[in-house]
Design a protein. Structure first.
Length: 218
């Protein structure tokens, strides 16, 4: 996997702070807008040659830009479309030119822009965190299954740290059943592995997935 870690919004927040970035964008301040343009240029200049180097040997380019909380996007969806969507579209086009799939990372409730991500050619999103607002497995599978790959779905906040192995297996089965007729689900933890996650629960998750998908049990 090729990792493309040159996010536009997250990097601006690192420089200016989240609140300051949002206030400046809403007030049409030219500074963050110029920052987005420069960061996009830097991103293209850095990952374009990297895509050429890995072409034919790597399948996926992983890119990220955290733009949401557990409840909603950090900015109005129309504002995201106005200032950030086209940059992401152009980056995806370059990645696809080198026969790489695009796996896009953003935590939280990104349901409002999932149609946009599909439109611009994103192939998959991670993490799939059903505890975020509007991201429950049933509605996501119904609306977007087969159009995007959703990577994750096994809860890291409660289930993997505190649940039983059987509860983990039940969640894996439930998510697979929900996506069964639509496709587009990769069983995995809904975020990175935190220190309090039980190793036996991770084992139960992967074992159950392999049992239900024997062709991938190598």
């Amino acid at each position: 996997m090729l990792v493309h870690h040159t996010p536009l919004f997250m990097t601006a927040c690192d420089f200016f702070g989240i609140e300051e970035t949002l206030v400046r964008v809403l007030s049409e301040d030219e500074v963050p807008l110029a920052f987005f343009e420069r960061q996009h240029t830097f991103a293209v200049e850095s990952f374009k040659p990297a895509c050429r180097e890995v072409e034919g040997g790597v399948d996926i380019c992983w890119m990220k830009d955290d733009i949401a909380t557990q409840r909603t996007l950090m900015m109005n969806p129309d504002l995201w479309r106005c200032i950030l969507k086209d940059y992401l579209r152009r980056q995806v086009e370059i990645i696809h030119e080198h026969d790489l799939f695009v796996l896009f990372h953003s935590c939280g409730a990104i349901v409002d822009i999932l149609p946009d991500l599909i439109e611009i050619g994103i192939d998959g999103v991670l993490p799939f965190k059903w505890s975020a607002e509007g991201m429950d497995a049933a509605s996501i599978a119904r609306e977007f299954g087969g159009h995007l790959v959703f990577y994750g779905g096994t809860d890291v906040l409660r289930l993997l740290p505190f649940g039983t192995q059987e509860e983990v297996r039940c969640e894996v089965r439930k998510n697979i059943d929900i996506f069964a007729m639509r496709g587009g689900h990769v069983v995995a933890n809904s975020h990175r592995c935190l220190e309090n996650i039980k190793p036996e629960n991770l084992h139960a998750m992967t074992e159950e997935a392999r049992k239900l998908h024997p062709m991938h049990a190598r």
